[in-house]
Design a binder for this molecule. Structure first.
Ligand SMILES: Cc1ncc(COP(=O)(O)O)c(C=O)c1O
Length: 501
């Protein structure tokens, strides 16, 4: 029996706008399979029924099914319909770190390169970027658009020629300079404006750094569990991510394996478990990197949001001339579609990275970068962060209150420091968090299973709940639905209500 409702699929289909209808349907079904909404061994609806439900032609559905078959997401059993494959292409990739070769796809509709097939095989960006409880998304409606537009209008009236051309200098000079001042104070960084390169977010920064500093097959350490976006990008670029366990002090560096080329870490707020990298581990990592000529790549994605005490300082500033490449982003402090982030790099890397960035991406968007510089200089950036810290702090407290009252303290993960845009709902190890998340998705509650953040199989189970983009009044119904699902999965009981501590 398939567990995907027609109206849910129709909603997804309406959100998909690129390509022919059968391609859009293929992508919707594929993401439903990858997200576990259509779990392995489940049966897809008969093509005639689905065509009727979606009001599309049967050929459209058949084409989409054929494409899923070609890419190994489903199997056709003669006389008994189409079934989700027991092992998905993604799981094969996770298990063996090897992409599905294009040649292995029986009826590939387009002939992809091996590189292209690997890229598509690793792709896992979610179409859901808003609502209860999408993790890691800020409240984009709170951004002061009017204020920003006024700055833009003023600067755009007579733009200088240089801002309308390609940039090969690492991005807008004023933005680099404003950032250098901000980062020195807010994140304790040791760097001047020349060491900053503006990128289109951390995503592009990871791409750039891994392409410039690594060869295919090079080993890079990543946190386990860790951010799947970085992991995928590294694999797409042919590198070999080696997962390193995380405990309450952050990443646990291995001492018994060959040294990595790069070490990717989230020291201020480990993603997703929330640990803060201890001073001893910071020193250990730095000494290891110096000894082996490795680079530490510090992903400082959301550290502005600490709800008690000061934000933890960045690893980059701990020692002079630290072998650290620092990455920051405006995706969490302002909004993700801005696509502006930055690299702060040791002096020796500035020129090579600038040349590589200009060669790979060409630089642009200088007018908006200039406006952002002004936004920072005029004090709006810090004021916005301060406002959002208060807002998210309240939303986080509200969600924690619901968890404590209706589920109990055991459901709060011990690493959750008072920081960030999400928290981890702790679930028992013997439960299937992927199935729980799939069931929540089906009922319109967007949660991510903790299992998805592991490369080598989960050692903990849970759900990531983003609270930043959800008003309290919308949190309550979504939480009630989630609790109902946990009751149905036998994880909590209907009558359980705990006194608030
Ligand atoms: C840990 C971590 N790093 C980086 C990013 C991506 O940042 P950007 O939007 O700047 O590419 C994310 C996005 O969710 C993230 O969670």
């Amino acid at each position: 029996m398939h567990s995907l409702h027609g109206d849910h699929l129709l909603q997804r289909l309406q959100q998909e706008t690129e390509g022919a209808l059968h391609q859009r349907l293929f992508r919707c079904l594929r993401s439903a399979i990858v997200e576990g909404i259509l779990p392995p061994h489940s049966r897809l609806p008969a093509s005639r029924d689905l065509a009727r439900e979606l009001a599309v032609s049967r050929n459209t559905v058949l084409n989409a099914y054929e494409h899923l078959l070609a890419e190994g997401y489903v199997q056709a059993r003669t006389g008994s319909g189409t079934w989700v494959a027991a092992t998905l292409p993604e799981s094969c990739l996770n298990a063996h770190s090897q992409p599905v070769a294009a040649a292995d796809m029986p009826f590939a509709p387009v002939r992809l390169s091996k590189r292209g097939a690997a890229l598509l095989g690793y792709a896992s960006a979610s179409p859901y970027q808003w609502g209860a409880f999408v993790p890691g998304v800020p409240d984009v409606t709170a951004f002061p658009h009017a204020q920003f537009s006024r700055i833009q209008a003023r600067l755009n009236r007579q733009p200088e020629v240089a801002r309308l051309s390609y940039s090969s200098a690492g991005g807008c000079e004023e933005l680099r300079s404003a950032l250098a001042d901000y980062l020195r104070v807010a994140r304790s960084l040791r760097a001047d404006a020349d060491q900053i390169l503006i990128t289109e977010g951390i995503h592009q920064a990871v791409d750039l750094v891994s392409r410039l500093l690594c060869d295919s097959g090079d080993r890079v350490w990543i946190e386990e569990p860790g951010y799947w976006g970085t992991r995928n990008l590294l694999r797409i670029n042919g590198l070999k991510p080696v997962p390193m366990r995380v405990d309450e002090e952050g990443i646990v560096p291995a001492t018994d394996c060959s040294p990595p080329r790069l070490v990717f870490v989230t020291p201020s707020h480990q993603y997703p478990l929330g640990a803060h990298l201890s001073l001893a581990r910071r020193r250990q990592l730095l000494s290891l990197a110096r000894q082996h000529g490795s680079w530490i790549v510090e992903d400082d994605y959301d550290s502005e949001f600490r709800f008690s005490g000061q934000p933890f300082p960045a690893l980059q500033g701990l020692e002079p001339d630290a072998p650290v490449i620092y990455m920051g982003t405006f995706s969490k402090t302002l909004y993700p579609a801005l696509r502006i982030g930055y690299l702060v790099v040791p002096k020796a890397l500035v020129q090579p990275l600038r040349i590589a960035a200009a060669e790979l991406y060409r630089g642009g968007h200088l007018l908006i970068q200039r406006a952002l510089a002004e936004f920072i200089r005029e004090g709006h950036y810090v004021a916005h962060i301060r406002r959002m810290r208060l807002l998210y702090g309240k939303r986080r407290a509200f969600l924690i209150g619901l968890i404590q009252r209706y589920l109990g303290d055991d459901f709060l993960r011990e690493f959750n420091h008072e920081a960030g845009l999400h928290l981890v709902l702790n679930l028992p190890m013997n439960c299937d968090d992927v199935a729980i998340a799939a069931s929540a998705h089906q009922r319109g509650v967007r949660v991510r299973p903790l299992s998805q953040y592991y490369m080598q199989g989960p050692t903990r189970r849970g759900l990531l709940l983003g609270f930043a983009c959800v008003e309290e009044k919308n949190m309550l119904p979504a939480f009630t639905t989630l609790r109902q699902i946990l009751i149905e999965f036998g994880i909590t009981q209907a009558g359980n209500v705990h006194p608030l501590p």
